[in-house]
Design a protein around this ligand. Structure first.
Ligand code: ASP
Length: 467
């Protein structure tokens, strides 16, 4: 329509006296007699447009009377400095307004089921997630999702700067004993067989160490069929890391460097560096749990992030049936002084593992360990957990095999992206930092899965439903 190229709302601040072309959504409309004020929203923010009838051609004037919130428009207008009294110091564009010269409607909008960016009425979670694409237009959600992208970018850059290789691992994989229920996918080509979606890339990343990559990372999706909670969903994203020829301090320091770099570049203050290291036993005695909040009330007001490492966890704990199971990760290596007991299956309750958990502001924001790279060490873990030699083979035989071909000492960690973002944004719910989260009744936003499948599809998958 116009011979200008588009500028962003925020950029128009430096274009006083010029004509600009702006495009975006109408955030609000106010009529003052014959004059119409429109707040125009684009990805850079909001700017005030002024529609004065005598400045407009008849077509534009007609459009001006029609436009409503959430309509998509394009305008050509003159950037004008606001009078001192009209300036709004709370708005980055509050010193200017745009006098509309021409207005074009790019698209109309139904009246939204809730007002965007108005906290006048609490909106139900159900409605927000049903119309998530509208909810995401709000300033709060735009900020959270953009911050998430920046955070991941900063972590990525840091890892690339430290010679990590980003490698994707399969989504269709084998069920593994990682402490949670698997989501499974029926195989059409192999009747009666199922893939499992990964609870984490744990085994693949270890295999990549056997393969000689030495430094791996991935922003990985992890899927676990657990009951959803405020800080946990079916799927989450991990910054997943594995390194060869390292001891636990090496991994902890690398991750600490990454986390500090990202948080400080985003303008946050970190309470204590290096992060304090606290033994599990001490944490439980002192704070009553292995997750704790080290912030003072003042820290909370000042966006302070209080990180700490928890180390020296027991390797095993008793199940309700009285069997031993791992507390964190079956692939971990015990601490050096417990290796002999571990191999002999002795003093099980005393064995401490190389596990390290990263805690921040009361949340567990990551966890990892040095791994068993000797097949005998891993076999001993499964033996302690009561697996028969056949069951061990069935469960982790491929890892035991891989470890016979020169597996380097290695260890790693996974950081939960959502948990970290909850800390950065001070949001209490995981859904506030996820674009399309699950509802609390475990349905997807907007698209309303899970759904039934046609009989033909089920037949193809060799699945019959028990009614
Ligand atoms: N695989 C572990 C997890 O997802 C993290 C790790 O040990 O690297 O919790």
């Amino acid at each position: 329509m116009f011979m200008l190229s588009r500028v962003l709302n925020l950029e128009s601040v430096s274009r006083v006296g010029e004509e600009v072309l702006l495009k975006g959504w109408i955030n609000a409309r106010r009529n003052m007699g014959k004059i119409v004020f429109l707040d125009l929203r684009d990805r850079s923010g909001i700017v005030q447009l002024v529609g004065v009838p005598q400045e407009l051609d008849p077509a534009s004037l007609e459009k001006l009377t029609m436009v409503r919130p959430e309509w998509v428009i394009e305008i050509r207008g003159l950037v004008k400095e606001r009078g001192v009294k009209q300036q709004n110091p709370d708005m980055p564009t509050g010193t200017i307004e745009i006098l509309i010269k021409e207005l074009k409607v790019l698209n109309t909008a139904e009246t939204p089921p809730f007002e965007i960016d108005k906290d006048t009425m609490p909106i139900s979670e159900e409605l927000r997630l049903k119309y998530r694409y509208l909810d995401l237009r709000s300033e709060r959600m735009q900020k959270n999702i953009r911050l998430r992208s920046q955070y991941v970018q900063l972590c990525r850059e840091y890892l690339f700067g430290n010679e990590f290789v980003e490698i994707e691992t399969p989504l269709l994989t084998k069920a593994t004993p990682e402490g949670s229920r698997d989501f499974v996918v029926p195989s059409r080509l192999q009747p009666g067989m199922f893939f499992a979606l990964p609870q984490s890339p744990q085994q693949y990343k270890q295999l990549l160490m056997v393969a000689g990559f030495e430094r791996y990372f991935q922003t990985a999706r992890a899927l676990r069929d657990e009951d959803p909670r405020s800080d946990r969903g079916f799927e989450h994203t991990q910054i997943d890391i594995e390194m060869s020829f390292v001891e636990r301090e090496d991994v902890m320091q690398m991750v600490e460097g990454m986390v500090v770099n990202a948080a400080e570049k985003l303008g946050y203050t970190i309470k204590q560096k290096p992060f304090p290291r606290i033994a599990y036993k001490e944490a439980v005695e002192k704070y009553g749990a292995d997750k704790f909040d080290l912030r003072t009330e003042e820290d909370k007001l000042n966006k302070v992030l209080a990180y700490a490492w928890v180390i020296d966890f027991p390797f095993f704990e008793k199940t309700d049936e009285g069997k031993w199971t791992f507390t964190h990760n079956p692939f971990s290596q015990p601490l050096p002084e417990y290796v002999a007991d571990h191999l002999a299956g002795r003093n099980i309750e005393h064995i401490l593992t190389s596990q390290y958990d990263l805690v921040c502001n009361g949340y567990e924001s990551g966890g990892g360990s040095i791994r068993a790279h000797d097949p005998e060490m891993l076999r001993a873990t499964y033996k302690t957990m009561g697996y028969t030699p056949e069951e061990i083979e069935e469960s982790v035989g491929h890892m035991l095999k891989a470890f016979t071909f020169g597996a380097p000492p290695h260890g790693g960690i996974a950081l939960g992206v959502e948990r970290n973002l909850m800390n950065l944004t001070d949001e209490a719910y995981l859904r506030e930092v996820v674009a399309f989260p699950m509802t609390s009744s475990a349905n997807t936003s907007v698209m309303d899965a899970p759904t039934t499948l046609p009989d033909k599809t089920l037949a193809e998958l060799h699945v019959s439903i028990k009614k």
